[in-house]
Write a protein that binds this ligand. Structure first.
Ligand code: FES
Length: 353
């Protein structure tokens, strides 16, 4: 494959054609700050936090997230001028922001807060009109607070580009613009699947998960990487654990088959883990009552009953119903057991029903 070579902050960087300056810099270990960027989404270039200087481009600056890297480019990412521009953008955003980090659900996990910290913005210079939206709680899963929206469009884009649903779009214009639902309908009256992708991409606390609200700050939880067990895709997820209980689920970006994307089950279907009705041992019916049993006892009983049925009424007297929550390999073995050991083709799968 053809490669291109450019210079970023004095370092020669070799990358593949089609990469943006941001991606080429990341490959070389050079971090350029971003706000509207999410690697799961198409380049957008709206926040201008990632502006860089490119030699030969006159007095203008280019958004690193949306500008393709090119042969012999000479890029500077961290000059005094660029830091000044970024500081001004952050100050403008914070001039119409609640600045309630003490109680904000996203504190510690907020890209705007991180930028303010990095660029030393304690108090915005600019005074002006501020939004006073009411937080929208029209469903039990997702809360929206447009006072904290920075209009990056990430929620609009992830819903459309990744989920293919398109629940949000920008409503109104200028100062009144918000990422709204059609005719301001509640999310429950839109095609929303409550996958939480908008929550996962929101860089501030404008869109948050209600089930995890107040359950633990980002620094109070331990993230445990695991594989989602809801289907055989094998998406990687991080369980947020506090005091031995799962309080939230997120997905590591660009890792595993999900690449940081969730479905509704993977993100919000963790309530069963600590539910009082959850079965934690097999149950065997004895004298009409279901009683807890060991796996040896339960599986022994199943094997006996299957053998008896096959002996008395032939192999087609039994059927095997597999689960979508098993891996493909487990389901393969399951049908093999049915066909090769028991001798029946009566095999079905709950995902087909
Ligand atoms: Fe590049 Fe927003 S991150 S313009």
């Amino acid at each position: 494959m053809k490669h291109i070579s450019l210079t970023i902050d004095g370092i020669e960087v070799i990358t593949t054609p089609g990469r943006t300056i941001l991606e080429a810099a990341a490959e070389a270990g050079i971090r350029i700050p971003t706000l509207c960027y999410d690697p799961r989404l198409e380049p957008y270039g709206s926040c201008r936090v990632c502006l860089v200087e490119v030699e030969g481009q006159g007095r203008g600056f280019l958004p690193a997230c949306a500008t393709p890297a090119d042969e012999d480019m000479v890029v500077r990412t961290d000059t005094e001028k660029l830091r000044g521009i970024r500081r001004t953008i952050i100050e403008l955003l914070l001039s119409d922001h609640p600045n309630d980090c003490m109680t904000c659900e996203s504190a510690g996990n907020c890209e705007l807060q991180d930028l303010a910290y990095e660029y030393g913005v304690r108090k915005p210079r600019f005074q002006g009109e501020q939004h006073h939206h009411e937080a929208i709680v029209d469903n039990p899963i997702i809360e929206r607070d447009y006072n904290k929206c920075v209009l990056c469009g990430r929620c609009v884009r992830i819903c459309r580009e990744v989920q293919g649903v398109g629940v949000y779009d920008f409503a109104n214009r200028g100062f009144e613009a918000v990422p709204g639902t059609p005719y301001n309908r509640p999310l429950t009256e839109t095609p929303c699947e409550f996958c939480g992708q908008c929550v996962s991409t929101c860089p501030t606390g404008a869109i948050v998960s209600i089930p995890s609200k107040g359950k633990g700050r980002s620094w109070q939880v331990r993230k445990v990487r695991t594989t989602c067990a809801y289907c055989g895709c094998g998406c990687q997820i991080d369980l947020h654990v506090r005091d031995g209980r799962i309080v939230d689920v997120s997905s590591p970006l660009m890792v595993g088959p999900g690449e940081g994307n969730h479905c509704a089950k993977g993100r919000y279907g963790y309530g069963f883990v600590h539910h009082s009705d959850r079965l934690t041992t097999p149950l065997v019916r004895k004298e009409g009552e279901l009683v807890p049993a060991t796996w040896e006892e339960a599986l022994g009983l199943v094997a006996d009953r299957i053998s008896k049925a096959v002996k008395e009424q032939g192999p087609d007297s039994v059927a095997f119903l597999a689960s979508a929550r098993c891996t493909n390999e487990e389901n393969y073995l399951f049908q093999k057991l049915a066909r090769a050991v028991v001798g029946t083709n009566n095999v079905d799968h709950c995902a087909r029903l």
